[in-house]
Design a protein around this ligand. Structure first.
Ligand code: FES
Ligand SMILES: [Fe+2]
Length: 377
């Protein structure tokens, strides 16, 4: 049988099917390098993505580097207090100018031949470059990128034509506001590399508690499976559950209190997990069709030395949950590569979030194919 074309693979998913009739996208969406490359252009190359936290970018000269859809980027606070984003690419011979994950500098100096750029991106120093004719120094600054902040997060968008961040976030802004994320302080980052497609991690994130009683015995013991709710809107899904103490695992219960847990996902790869007094942020960064880096940033309301033990215990609970999720995600990736599987069905009670995700993704992938076939970039 002939291998389907990329177009046929994308068209095999029916975004018009109601949840009760819908399927998952075909497994090729999770295993095909061609789909992966299309996603990099259609999704990660066009939407607002979290590139940094705001806390290491408060003072002039502070910068953070990131890799977004294969593009090296740097976000830097200028002397005028304005946060700017640039492609982190030297206009001389393309070396990455800022080489540390984060830091503070007076100028951005390329490590290759020592060209320097101001914090505002203008080319300032070009050693041993006399006699070069027709060189437009003013046009040889760092190439700017769109940057906007919301709550603790600095977003970058590689697409000049995309709507502003607030439009992109839609109703999420209003829904998150009452949680008071601003009162929480960043404490620690942990990263994990998973042998699965980034969408497997996202799908697993919002199956509406479906896997809780099976995969997460500890976490599941403090959440109410039957009262779990799933709401979808714009480009986000909110799952929430009352916290229960009836049959709670003691270790989990001591660090997961309050009335309810809130789990927000914002398209494509940002997840905000909130409990009273703490949150952790997950960002699923695609590294290859079958490899994903998941970033966990932990924030707490109380961060004095006396809170250290409790906060560490809270992080340990999240790590255990992540290990449980990693194992099942890698198992799913192996299954998706099997000839025995192509598409699955969705639980109407539990899996509306995945349905939203797949439809948003489909719209972006089809849109990109249309643009590319029309020769529009
Ligand atoms: S590549 Fe940056 S100075 Fe040469
Ligand atoms: Fe999970």
């Amino acid at each position: 049988m002939l291998k389907p074309t990329l177009r046929e693979t994308i068209d095999a998913y029916d975004p018009a099917a109601k949840l009760g009739r819908a399927t998952t996208p075909p497994s090729a969406w999770y295993t095909s390098p061609d789909v992966y490359r299309l996603e990099q252009r259609a999704v990660f190359g066009r939407t607002w993505l979290v590139a940094a936290r705001t806390d290491p970018l408060r003072a002039a000269g502070q910068y953070v580097t990131a890799d977004l859809a294969g593009e090296p980027v740097v976000v830097v606070r200028g002397r005028d207090g304005v946060l700017r984003g640039f492609h982190n690419v030297c206009s001389h011979h393309a070396a990455e100018v800022a080489t540390q994950p984060e830091g503070c500098a007076k100028v951005l100096r390329c490590p290759y031949h020592g060209w320097t750029y101001s914090l505002e991106g203008e080319l300032r120093g070009t050693p041993d470059f006399d006699g070069v004719e027709g060189f437009d120094r003013a046009a040889a600054g760092l190439t700017p990128l769109r940057v906007e902040s919301w709550e603790h997060f600095v977003f970058v968008c590689l697409d000049a034509d995309a709507p502003p961040l607030k439009t992109f976030l839609g109703g999420l802004v209003e829904r998150v506001a009452p949680l008071g994320l601003g009162s929480l302080k960043f404490v620690e980052r942990k990263t994990y590399e998973l042998k699965c497609n980034w969408k497997v991690f996202v799908d697993n994130y919002f199956d509406g508690g479906y896997h809780l009683p099976h995969i997460h015995k500890g976490l599941g013991s403090v959440l109410s499976y039957k009262d779990y709710t799933i709401e979808i809107e714009d480009r986000f899904c909110l799952q929430s559950s009352p916290i229960t103490t009836d049959h709670a695992d003691r270790q989990t219960a001591t660090v997961r209190g309050g009335a309810a847990a809130y789990y927000f996902w914002q398209y494509p790869n940002l997840m905000i997990n909130w409990y009273e007094g703490l949150m952790d942020i997950n960002i699923a960064v695609p590294l290859a069709v079958d490899r994903t880096r998941v970033i966990f940033d932990f924030y707490f309301a109380d961060t004095d030395a006396a809170d250290g033990d409790r906060n560490r215990q809270s992080i340990a609970v999240a790590e255990r949950v992540q290990e449980e999720d990693s194992a099942i995600c890698e198992s799913v990736q192996r299954g998706l590569a099997s000839r025995a599987y192509d598409v699955g069905r969705l639980s109407v009670r539990r899996e509306a979030g995945e349905h939203l995700f797949h439809r948003l993704l489909c719209a972006d992938l089809r849109g990109e194919l249309l643009r590319e076939s029309a020769g529009v970039s």
